[in-house]
Design a protein around this ligand. Structure first.
Ligand SMILES: [Zn+2]
Length: 273
């Protein structure tokens, strides 16, 4: 059996502090254990690229993504994924990733850092103390080298230039600079020519897509619900918001999003609500 659809799951935080866009480590572990025990294949961005080109992937393939690059992904999600042999993607806000310092301890190890809820993370980032909320490059490299995570762009600054700029030319120039800076940081830190970009807060328009293409980004990730199908649009990839619930919830959603037909049906029902 080969996959007819490739669902992309979207996570932000995995930590014990409840808050927006957060899963408890217990629920995240239950979801990942379900995937591992049920024979799911966690592909990377190369797998997504080849699926879109029409090359077959095994049935039960999916892509796990995290946005922003929070410290809790390293402390809590990374050991769970590593234990289960699963693979995932983190879209980094490259300006927020710490230049200095050794990789910190993981959950359960002595000296493991405490993590913050979503609101606190945004506050320390705004106050110029991103290290308390976000990963360091040393941690990114550790996870990359072990093959657990791969890393792509979520812009350099996570700024909504469409809200910040009064004129279209100003917006376009600011976004182009933001994307260019993110790409050059990823090249410098990880040695990659990145092609995969995730939009901050899911916002994009035709200008944004044109500018991203000019910067070399071929695959653009949104927050629009849906599933990826063969021959689908690489420049508007849908993702599934994962809730702070256990394995049963994830299983029920994957039953829908593994089927192009059920996804269309479910989208119509959701649209009517
Ligand atoms: Zn984000």
């Amino acid at each position: 059996m080969t996959a007819r659809a490739l669902p992309i799951l979207m996570y932000h935080h995995v930590c014990p502090q409840p808050g927006l866009v957060t899963l408890s480590p217990e629920n995240f572990a239950a979801q990942m254990e379900y995937l591992a025990a049920s024979g799911y294949h966690t592909v990377g961005c190369a797998g997504l690229e080849s699926f879109l080109r029409g090359e077959p992937l095994p049935d039960k393939s999916l892509l796990i993504t995290f946005d922003d690059g929070y410290l809790d992904n390293y402390v809590y999600a990374y050991p769970i994924l590593r234990r289960l042999g699963l693979h995932a993607v983190i879209f980094l806000v490259t300006d927020w990733i710490g230049e200095h310092g050794e990789a910190r301890a993981l959950a359960g190890e002595p000296g493991a850092p405490s993590t913050l809820n979503h609101r606190q993370c945004m506050e320390v980032v705004a106050a110029g103390r991103a290290d308390a909320a976000m990963m360091r490059w040393s941690e990114v490299l550790r996870m990359r080298d072990e093959g657990v995570f791969e890393f792509h762009s979520h812009t350099a600054s996570h700024t909504r230039w469409d809200k910040r700029c009064a004129h279209a030319e100003e917006k376009s120039a600011a976004l182009a600079d933001d994307l260019q800076r993110s790409r050059s940081t990823l090249k410098q830190q990880l040695g990659i020519e990145d092609r995969h970009l995730c939009w901050p807060q899911g916002y994009f328009d035709a200008d944004y897509q044109r500018i991203a293409a000019a910067q070399g980004f071929t695959h653009l990730y949104t927050t629009q619900p849906g599933t990826v199908i063969v021959g689908g649009e690489a420049t508007a990839l849908p993702r599934i918001v994962v809730k702070d619930k256990g394995a049963g919830w994830l299983a029920s959603r994957l039953r829908i999003y593994q089927s192009p037909l059920l996804t269309r049906w479910y989208g119509r029902i959701r649209g009517r609500r």
